[in-house]
Design a protein around this ligand. Structure first.
Ligand SMILES: N[C@@H](CCC(=O)N[C@@H](CS)C(=O)NCC(=O)O)C(=O)O
Length: 86
């Protein structure tokens, strides 16, 4: 993401952080603004051109829009429950 969970530096990144915090799930963040190699490398790895990028259980889930949509329709909560209980 851009910034950290303590100090998001972009509104899109902040939105995803707030969703994860509201769901009370453990998560870590990496600040791509501090690492240009990570910034470019993650875009290639996920084949996704922007940040934030949410990974759940090591798998790319989506950016901000996808996360918000999945949160609203309950799919995000469902997936997180599955992953946390496995
Ligand atoms: N629609 C995107 C919004 C995120 C976005 O547009 N991020 C831009 C601007 S903060 C970005 O990461 N651009 C590539 C870059 O800065 O390397 C989403 O759903 O995540």
């Amino acid at each position: 993401m851009k910034g950290t969970k303590e100090f998001p530096q972009c509104g899109f990144s902040n939105t995803v952080v707030q969703i994860l915090k509201s769901l009370n799930v453990p998560f870590e963040t990496l600040n791509i603004l501090e690492n240009e190699m990570l910034r470019q490398g993650l875009k290639e790895y996920s084949n996704w051109p922007t940040f934030p990028q949410l990974y759940i259980d090591g798998e790319f889930f989506g950016g901000c829009d996808i996360t918000v949509e999945a949160y609203k329709n309950g799919q995000l909560q469902e997936l997180l429950e599955k992953v946390m209980c496995s």
